[in-house]
Design a protein. Structure first.
Length: 372
């Protein structure tokens, strides 16, 4: 039997619409699980660098008048003074922080980005929507994770203080309980304002910039959107790490100083808030002081971004491969045939006609004797 191409197109579309399921998206639970696992893994690896960064940031307040050591000098001094284990001080607080903050910021970012894509009708998001998703998810995640961040900063900076002034928290639970009991529950959210700004800047610089840079690089290298090369991933992660570090470091420094401050002999805290801390820091140390410890911060942000983003992509790929259902072979066959440009089979003046047995062949419905 001979059928016109227009009818063939209709016949091909009908079984697909009935049989082909909608492409499944990654579940919300999986998005959050992937985000939390990736954040914890990355944080565990870069923790020594993060520890040195925090200590460099609070050094001026704990050792006024003394020359600030460099990044390598800080780590060397820690090992010489307190042993190798000292470079992992506060690791329990760091992992607990990532279980809350990391899980929320990556999971919410994916959720918001997916909703924005649906509103846009699918396809790549413009950068301003990527940035909006990053800022919203970063701000909300910080509100959840700040108590763990307070505990982390205090545990990391404790050994810099004179012995009589140390808090000597044995673990993150002790840090949270003692902080709340001695200073009030509100103390667990010290530095919330700069922390929110830092979280917003971090998410835009890391997640939004990574996605945008990847789109640009893949377009230039003519790579398939769903198959970025390892070079593309590493290069874009390094770019994202730099932008995240540069944009978020001032807020990170102010956050660290606000969270680490103690009531002085006059019964008052050194800083009354974000603006007061920023003003006193700039007045005493100059504007460049807001980027104190940038080398350590970048050495933390760049590897952290690379490890985090590559882990997210790898876990996502594993989820799609082993957990998410795949379409049956016959449906994938129909999907492949549907990509044929049927218009190329037509002539403007003389439509070609195609043997109807092709329809059967594509759907696997040929009689046994005709399979060959």
């Amino acid at each position: 039997k001979i059928l016109p191409v227009s009818l063939l197109s209709t016949l091909m579309a009908a079984p697909q619409q009935a049989a082909m399921p909608k492409v499944k998206k990654m579940s919300e639970t999986a998005n959050f699980a992937v985000g939390g696992a990736s954040a914890c893994f990355a944080s565990a690896i870069v923790h020594p660098v993060d520890l040195a960064k925090v200590r460099l940031q609070v050094f001026a307040t704990t050792h006024p008048g003394k020359a600030k050591p460099g990044f390598v000098g800080m780590l060397s001094e820690m090992v010489a003074k307190d042993g190798v284990r000292s470079i992992y001080a506060g690791i329990d607080a760091a992992l607990c922080r990532q279980l809350l903050y990391g899980t929320a910021r990556i999971g919410l970012n994916r959720t918001f980005a997916n909703k924005a894509k649906e509103m846009q009708g699918g396809g790549p998001l413009p950068f301003h929507l990527k940035a909006g998703a990053g800022m919203a998810s970063g701000a909300l995640a910080v509100c959840v994770g700040t108590p763990m961040d307070v505990a982390l900063v205090r545990m990391q900076a404790d050994s810099l203080k004179p012995v009589a002034e140390r808090r000597n928290y044995s673990n993150v639970v002790v840090a949270l309980v003692r902080t709340a009991s001695s200073e009030g529950v509100g103390a667990l959210w010290k530095g919330l304002a700069p922390n929110v700004l830092r979280g917003m800047a971090m998410n835009v610089g890391q997640l939004a910039v990574y996605d945008q840079a990847k789109e640009v690089v893949q377009k230039q290298l003519q790579e398939a959107p769903s198959q970025p090369s390892m070079f593309t991933k590493l290069f874009c992660a390094a770019v994202a790490g730099f932008t995240a570090a540069f944009c978020s470091l001032p807020f990170d420094l102010l956050k660290s100083r606000l969270q680490d401050q103690k009531i002085g002999a006059n019964g008052k805290l050194p800083y009354t808030g974000l603006l007061d801390c920023a003003s006193k820091t700039v007045s005493a140390e100059g504007p460049v002081a807001l980027w104190t410890g940038f080398s350590a911060y970048y050495m933390r942000c760049a590897p952290h971004a690379m490890i985090l983003l590559l882990t997210v992509e790898q876990l996502t790929a594993l989820y799609h491969k082993f957990i998410q259902d795949e379409a049956p072979a016959t449906q994938r066959k129909l999907q492949g045939w549907s990509s044929i440009n049927l218009r190329s089979l037509n002539s403007e003046n003389e439509p070609r006609r195609i043997d109807a047995r092709i329809v059967q062949r594509m759907s696997g419905n040929l009689p046994p004797d005709d399979k060959k």
